[in-house]
Design a binder for this molecule. Sequence first.
Ligand code: PLP
Length: 468
Amino acid sequence: MSKAMREDLLLFNSIVDELLFQEKENPVSTPIKAKELYEKIDLSLPENPTITSEFSKVLKDLVLKTPKTASNRFFNQLWGGRNSKAVLGDLLAVMLNTSMYTYKVSGPQTAVESEIIEKICKMIGYSNHSGGTFPTGGSMSNFMALIMARDKKDLEIPNSGVIKTMVAYTSFESHYSNAKNASFAGIGRDNLRYIPTNNKGEMIPEKLEECIKKDIQKGLVPFYVNATAGTTVLGAFDSVKELSNICKRYELWLHVDGAYQGAVVFSPKYKSLLEGIEHSDSFSFNAHKMLGTPLTCSLLLVNEIQNLFNSFNNEADYLYQTHSDNYNLGKTSFQCGRRNDALKFWTLWKAVGTKGLSSIVEHLFETSKIARKYVRNNPNYTLYNDGDSLSICFNYKEFEAKELCTKLYHAKKLLVGYGSFKGEEFVRLVTINAENKEMEILNFFKILEEFAEENKLSLQKRAMLKVS
Ligand SMILES: *Cc1c(COP(=O)(O)O)cnc(C)c1O
C-alpha cells in the first residue's frame, strides 16, 4: 500500500511539473467543444483495471486539457493564481484527511481553525463573545447568516417553522445566492427586497429605510439586511456604517457579504472600505478570492457566537463523545463531516505574517489601479466604474463585450468575462491574481487590442447608447 502511495506521489509531482511548465508555455488550454469532450479525452470508466502507463498518460492528458486558472491569462472570475504556501497547506490537509467536527479527530487542527477566527474577530472589532466557522463558500455563508437572523427574531422558528411573513433586504447588485437562500430558509423569494443602488453600485440607505417602513406598515416582519463588500460585477462597497445604523433602529440583523473583497480587513490602507464593520452581526469573506488560497476557503465571523449555536447546534451522541462544545467545531457548522479548509489559510498566514496578507491585498489594488489608469487614459476605451475595486469594467472601441470575450476564449488568447450594470454591458477584467504585475496587466490589453483589430470585420458592434 505504501509503495502505491509513493508511486502515486511521484506521478503527482511529474504531472504538476508538466502543468507548471504548460501554464507558462500555453497559458490558455485549447477549448474543447462540450459535445466533443468524450472524443478528445478518454473519460470512459472501464470494467477492468487500466494499465499503469496508460493511466498516467490519460491522467496527464486530462490535467493539461483543463482550463488553466492559475495562468497569467485567466481573468474570468473572482479568483485566480496560486499561492504556493496555501497550496502546501491544502495538500497536507488532503493527506491528514481529518474532519473538523470534533476535537477527538481533528486535534490541533481545531486550533488552526479557531486561531484564524479569533484573530480576525479581534481585527474587525467584534465582541469578546464572537466566533465563526468555515462554511463551504460565500453562498453558504450568506445562507448561515440568514438562518441566524431568522432564528434570532424568534427562537421558536427552528421548531415551529416560519409562520409570519418575514422580509429580508439586499441590493440589486448583490450575489444571486440571496434569492436561493430566501427560498431555502422558508422566507420565500418574494419576500426578499432588492434595494436600488447609486451609480457606483452601492445600496442606497434611504431607499432601504423607506422599504423597511413600508413593510412594517403592512404588518410584515423585517429581520435581515445583506450588505455587500465588493459586489460581484462592479466590486462596489455598500456603506456598512450607514446600513448598521438603520439595522439598529429597526432591530435587523446586518450581514456583510465580503466574499469578493472583504479581505481588505487585512490592509491598514483599505480596511476603511469596511468602516463600521464592528457594528455588523456577521461578516464573511472568501480567502480563495483575494488571498489566493485554493478553493474553497470561506470564513463566516459572528459577533455573538451564541447565534451560531442557536441555529446550528444539534445533539448527536454517536458523534460528540469527548470534550466541550468550544472544541467540537461541528456544534457551530452546517455540515457534519467537514474538510479542513483552515489549514491552507493558516500555512499562508504563518509563512507571510499579517503584513504579508496586507501586502497581497495592497498589491491587488495596485494592479487594479494600473489597469484602470490605462483604460481611463486611452480614448479607445469607455470605463464604467471608478474607486477601489479589483473589477475594471470597460468597453474597447465599439466592440460588443459578450462576443469579444467569447471569441478571445475560442482563439485561446484570454479568459475574461463580461457583466452589466444599469443596462450597459461591458468586459469585466478582474485583477485578483496576486502573481500578476504591471507587465501581465498591460499584456492583457495588448492581446485584447490586437485581437480586436485583427478581427474587426467579423466582430459585432454594440448598440451605442445615446449620449445626451
Ligand atoms: C463569489 C461571491 C459569493 C459566492 O461565494 P461562493 O464561495 O462562490 O459560494 C457571494 N457573494 C459575493 C459578493 C461573491 O462575490
